[in-house]
Design a protein around this ligand. Structure first.
Ligand SMILES: [Fe+2]
Length: 247
């Protein structure tokens, strides 16, 4: 059975609470509601990860920093929110990869790790060399929602290989509740059973997205115990922010 922490101790490494910059919160108030809901289920820290995806969300680093700063006065008006940080969900095409190498991306606070999103049908050619390039820049690559990638559905060993090469895998807990359909749900359960995830997150875009995260937490607690929930939402994210692969 899930027991949410009395004190908020969890860290959310993937959330779209900044308003009006991508497909996340539509208004500042909606962003505040999301943060409040995440606090109520145990998150003491929520890192904003708005999309940087050329052609769909044409955000560069300065755009995201500006949007984050515009939210600050409103955040200051509310006492019951988690602490916040800014990063980005980097879509891994050649444009964004070049930004990462040119130090124009937005790694996680502390500058030790970076969140990467991939094309859903297949990982890019040369991904292993590219992840090695990122590691050489002293950044831990964090693979967003691997359970949503079709190549991982067919061959979970692909993710195993990337993890062996030093990437971290970040579960979107709502996938366990079927938010993205049958295949991602099945894949998330399989990857969890294989012990491939290093941490879990909300990837919330709306206040209503918090409910399936709780369902995902409950499922993990039922199958693997409360310790696994705490590991995936507390120890795992903290290690990633320090640039380390959680063990
Ligand atoms: Fe996301």
């Amino acid at each position: 059975m899930l027991s949410l922490p009395v004190m908020s101790t969890y860290v959310d490494l993937h959330c779209h609470w900044i308003a009006g910059i991508d497909d996340g919160a539509r208004t500042p108030d909606e962003g505040i509601q999301m943060l409040r809901a995440l606090k109520s289920i145990g998150f003491c820290e929520v890192v904003a990860t708005p999309h940087m995806r050329p052609g769909m969300f044409d955000n560069e680093r300065a755009d995201l920093v500006g949007a984050f700063e515009r939210m600050q006065p409103l955040l200051a008006e509310h006492a019951d929110l988690p602490t916040v940080g800014l990063s980005s969900e980097h879509y891994f095409d050649s444009t964004v990869f070049d930004r990462v190498l040119a130090d124009q991306a937005l790694p996680y606070p502390g500058q030790r790790a970076i969140l990467l999103e991939f094309y859903p049908l297949a990982f890019p050619l040369h991904i292993e060399q590219r992840l090695a390039d990122i590691r050489r820049r002293k950044l831990l690559p964090v693979i967003a929602h691997p359970e949503r990638y079709q190549s991982v559905w067919k061959q979970p060993e692909i993710l195993e290989r990337l993890v062996d090469l030093g990437a971290a895998a970040l579960l979107d807990a709502a996938a366990l509740d079927g938010k993205y359909g049958r295949q991602p749900k099945r894949c998330a359960r399989d990857l969890l059973e294989r012990g491939l995830y290093h941490a879990a997150c909300s990837d919330a875009h709306r206040p209503a997205d918090v409910a399936p995260v709780v369902q995902g937490m409950s499922w993990i607690a039922k199958e693997y115990g409360q310790e696994e929930v705490d590991f995936l939402f507390r120890e795992g994210p903290r290690a990633i922010l320090a640039g380390e692969l959680p063990t």
